[in-house]
Design a protein around this ligand. Structure first.
Ligand SMILES: [Zn+2]
Length: 324
């Protein structure tokens, strides 16, 4: 007897991750491929189809019945039309009929969500958000993504193609430039790219002119993870970048908690691996920016599914779309 399976896809600015999941959300097989902004839409979609076909082959050889595919895509999307509307890190996908192209090639229904919303679906189903009715999700990666779960459901607002976008809430007037075109968004202070740019600015501004951070910059090897290693080793300039990041995140979360009357957040994404460097400043900043909630009542949780959260969420979205 065959069992049902779905494919979940997490498409970001640098990676295309995909997984075959069973009806319990368990990952049966997974794949990872590199993408970049210079890759044309046609080449990126061909790669996406090839990855899905490989997983469909795995399903077939294990007598599993592939029912649908769920896509989690970075950016502002039109889920009904199956089109990416605006994505600073996936410019080539803007306007491309992504969902219909994949559905035609694979012969199964395809559904699409923003990648941070897919993260939220995954954490709500099997991670740190399980059992929580109301929470804010934050993904710290190249950029900063966000989602809102209210009343146990993913919040879609007025259906404008974005919701819970905490990364583009304004923190600092005339702050650093953001990929969205504005200045001083949370993303410009709390993302992986903000850490790298911030380190470069410290060094070119005459600070941190020797040591490991400087060597990494000189050799063109600065990355969020390398800056984290410097901070862990005691570099005060690297640590200052995580303090800036944590404070900004605390202000954004505090504002949202106050507006919504909620007190839980789940933080994930690759840069959340630097947890010990930024969580203290997040809590200090929350305590200093909230008057309605006692500081000890705010609950900041770490993602439990790690970099599988969006994959599991996208696979779950696909499963729910054919089992309504
Ligand atoms: Zn922005």
């Amino acid at each position: 007897m065959s069992s049902d399976a779905t494919i979940g896809v997490d498409l970001g600015g640098t990676h295309l991750r995909s997984a075959l999941a069973d009806s319990f959300g368990r990952i049966m097989a997974s794949r990872k491929a590199a993408v970049n902004i210079h890759m044309g839409a046609g080449a990126a979609v061909s790669l996406l189809i090839a990855e899905c076909r490989a997983l469909a082959g795995h399903a077939q050889s294990h007598a599993m019945n592939l029912r649908a595919i769920g896509l989690g895509v970075a950016g502002k999307i039109d889920a009904e039309a199956g089109v990416v509307l605006f994505s600073p890190n996936l410019r080539q996908m803007e306007g491309y009929p992504l969902v219909s192209s994949l559905a035609k090639a694979m012969g199964v229904p395809v559904v699409m969500e923003n990648d941070a919303n897919a993260f939220g679906l995954g954490e709500a189903f099997a991670g740190a958000g399980k059992g929580l009715s109301n929470w804010i999700g934050v993904t710290l990666g190249t950029g900063v993504g966000g989602c809102l779960v209210l009343g146990g459901r993913l919040w879609h607002g007025d259906g404008l193609g974005f919701s819970g976008e905490i990364g583009h809430t304004a923190i600092l007037e005339d702050g650093p430039p953001c990929a969205c075109g504005l200045k001083g968004c949370l993303e410009s202070l709390a993302s992986g790219s903000a850490l790298v740019r911030g380190a470069g600015e410290l060094i070119s501004g005459g600070k941190a002119t020797s040591g490991r951070l400087y060597d990494l910059w000189r050799d063109g090897n600065l990355s969020a993870m390398a800056i984290y290693e410097c901070a862990t080793a005691g570099d005060p300039w690297a640590q200052s970048l995580f303090v800036r990041m944590g404070r900004a995140l605390g202000i954004s979360l505090g504002n949202l908690f106050t507006v919504l009357g909620i007190r839980h957040a789940v933080i994930g994404g690759g840069v959340s691996a630097a947890w010990d460097q930024f969580i203290g400043p997040v809590k200090e900043s929350l305590a200093g920016s909230m008057s309605m909630l006692a500081p000890g009542d705010a609950v900041i949780l770490k993602s439990r599914l790690g970099d599988s959260a969006a994959l599991i969420g996208a696979a779950r979205l696909a499963f729910e779309s054919v089992n309504r």
